[in-house]
Write a protein that binds this ligand. Structure first.
Ligand SMILES: NC(=O)c1ccc[n+]([C@@H]2O[C@H](COP(=O)([O-])OP(=O)(O)OC[C@H]3O[C@@H](n4cnc5c(N)ncnc54)[C@H](OP(=O)(O)O)[C@@H]3O)[C@@H](O)[C@H]2O)c1
Length: 249
């Protein structure tokens, strides 16, 4: 497939490398200079592109930038882009990084807010995989204990296409329902950064409690701030599991 990725940070760069390794053609964009972007693209096996170039002649566009930066993307970015080009949002709302966004604090589903900002339907995916999980924990299809991640959205064709890309990056995909349902995979929910298999993730999505995610996320951040060193992948996953009271049957 032809894929554009906006953002080459922890998630965008890892996605680019994995999708290139799986045989896809990838273009990338970030906020740095033309020279720096070209260097980054070379490192990832991708091509550098302006935002306008990135959304042209692709099958999929990933938006992998901090959520607060999404409204700063050009308002007309997707206006000339055919409707069958799938836009995937990997973002999560983190008030400490993003500042306070009233609509989200008042309970609007993050994915719905993002779609409104972009004036474009989106698929929400890759948002529940901790960056180190994405980098280190992918396995071939059928591997026992293969980790899963959820995909939510309102277009079944688009969700299937994204599920295939999730598989290409080394993970099982679990259908998490519509974009309005995607609160079940937001920060602080049992599905969030807890490294679950597909059956476990299905249970975790069902176990989500409305309104609880932001409280748990706040507790996770408070505990992380007390540390002198960043957590290992295992410590971060264990913290999310315990604070979300994840019980797998
Ligand atoms: N890190 C995780 O474990 C994780 C897991 C799941 C989901 N997510 C979510 O995925 C999103 C990306 O996270 P991340 O950790 O990859 O962030 P990050 O490491 O901070 O990287 C952000 C990237 O976005 C680029 N960027 C920012 N504003 C931009 C703009 N207006 N146009 C183009 N590029 C722009 C930055 O460009 P420069 O390189 O030029 O600075 C950078 O490459 C966030 O919403 C985050 O919540 C993160």
């Amino acid at each position: 497939m032809k894929i554009g990725i906006i953002g080459t940070g922890s998630i965008g760069a890892s996605l680019a490398q994995k999708l290139v390794a799986a045989g896809h053609q990838v273009k990338v964009n970030n906020t740095s200079s033309v020279e720096e972007l070209a260097k980054k693209a070379r490192e990832l096996g991708a091509s550098p592109a302006t935002l306008q170039q990135l959304v042209q002649e692709v099958d999929v566009v990933f938006i992998s930038i901090p959520l607060h930066a999404i409204p700063t993307l050009p308002a007309d970015l997707f206006r000339q882009v055919p409707a069958d080009v799938v836009v995937v949002d990997t973002s999560n709302y983190s008030p400490m990084r993003d500042g306070r966004i009233a609509a989200l604090d008042n309970g609007q589903v993050e994915g719905v807010w993002v779609a409104e900002q972009l004036d474009r339907p989106i698929i929400k995916a890759f948002s529940t995989l901790f960056a180190l999980t994405l980098v280190e924990m992918g396995t071939p299809p059928g591997t026992p204990g293969r980790i899963a991640t959820s995909v939510a959205g309102d277009d079944e064709r688009a969700k299937k296409l994204v599920a295939a890309l999730i598989n290409d990056t080394g993970f099982d995909a679990v259908d998490a329902g519509t974009l309005a349902d995607s609160w079940r995979q937001q920060g602080g929910t049992p599905a969030f950064c807890t490294e679950l298999t597909a059956p476990e993730l299905t249970q975790a999505l069902t176990a989500a409690v409305p309104g609880k995610g932001p409280l748990v996320l706040g507790q996770v951040i408070a505990q992380l701030m007390q540390r002198d060193t960043p957590p290992t992948r295992e410590e971060f996953v264990a913290l999310n599991r315990s604070l979300a009271n994840l019980v797998i049957q």
